[in-house]
Design a protein around this ligand. Structure first.
Ligand code: HH2
Length: 299
């Protein structure tokens, strides 16, 4: 089990280079979700007002988020794309204020022009759910020090859940991630800046999602920190029969299952509850064994 302590198999990389920060990978990192969108599946419309969004970003950090991930385009299944200008306008006040605060800020975007703009503002990480699949996206991030999250998505948000088919979902997702990582490396991106993500719910059925989560050690063995986002997603709804706002318990269980299988960054909506769950999980992980004869921890 992967717990608190050294991160095995990370090419000897002990920390993620994340813009202005070096984030230690010796314990799982929490990424808090801040959607500046009208239509996100679980919190759409709550933070369209920039001041409300900035205040909520600060609250996520105060609750224990290591990184805030700001997104201005919903990628829920069936979502319509937002214009580039609207995406930039929504992001500008929020990203600039949170960067000024001096905390790690990630931006969830698929657009190279948006990547370039937020990097000028000082964003520390680009979270591309499109997996840097265009040369332009790779060029946008190759200089500088921002971390790059390479996520796997089959198709695009409008169509991705229309009966996705894989012969070997783990092998195919892994091969795509490897080829996009290779493109980043060849463009000169330092390996310490790269994170991979199987893209739970992005062009995958429930069975695909479960197989990918079960096989996280296979993805982690490639040597890049694995990010997993499963918080409130429809797979939790499918397993529990609950709506997006009733999925906390299921989301926490999935998060812990993911970190137990090697995820080093978890993307969550409910930061305070996730922080508590991780704290308890890590404390147990640090306690190596239990000697029943003395009823005392031996380590
Ligand atoms: N999931 C969502 C968005 N961005 N990024 C990464 N790296 N991994 C994920 O699993 C992931 C992601 C979807 O969740 P959410 O942002 O809450 O919803 P919406 O896309 O509707 O805004």
């Amino acid at each position: 089990m992967v717990g608190a302590g050294p991160a095995p198999g990370l090419h000897g990389v002990a920390a993620l280079r994340c813009g202005r920060f070096e984030l230690p990978l010796t314990r799982p990192l929490l990424m808090g979700v801040l959607n500046v969108t009208p239509d996100s599946f679980s919190d759409g419309g709550r933070f369209l007002d920039p001041q409300a969004a900035i205040a909520y970003g600060r609250e996520l950090l105060a609750q224990g988020a290591d990184i805030v991930d700001v997104g201005a385009e919903s990628t829920r299944p069936g979502a319509l794309p937002v214009s580039e200008a609207d995406e930039i306008d929504r992001l500008a006040p929020v990203v600039q204020a949170l960067v000024r605060d001096g905390h790690p800020v990630s931006v969830d975007t698929r657009r190279p022009a948006v990547m370039r703009r937020v990097l000028e503002w000082g964003a520390d990480m680009i979270n591309d759910v499109g997996g840097f699949c265009s040369d332009e996206a790779v060029r946008a991030v190759r200089g500088g020090a921002a971390a790059c999250c390479v996520m796997h998505m089959r198709g695009d948000p409008l169509t991705m859940q229309q009966a996705p088919v894989y012969r070997d979902v783990v092998g195919e997702v892994r091969a795509v991630l490897q080829s996009r990582v290779q493109a980043l490396l060849e463009a000169g991106v330092d390996r310490a800046r790269i994170v991979v993500d199987p893209g739970i719910g992005f062009g995958k059925t429930l069975s695909h999602n479960l197989q990918l989560l079960a096989a996280l050690p296979v993805l982690a063995a490639d040597g890049y920190p694995v990010l997993v986002g499963v918080s409130r997603k429809s797979m939790i709804g499918a397993l529990t029969g609950r709506g997006p706002h009733e999925r906390l318990a299921g989301s926490l269980a999935a998060m812990l299952a993911a970190v137990a299988r090697g995820a080093r960054i978890v993307r969550v909506h409910d930061v305070a509850a996730s922080r508590d769950a991780l704290t308890v999980w890590e404390s147990i992980g640090r306690t190596q064994s239990w000697d029943a004869s003395t009823s005392a921890p031996t380590v």
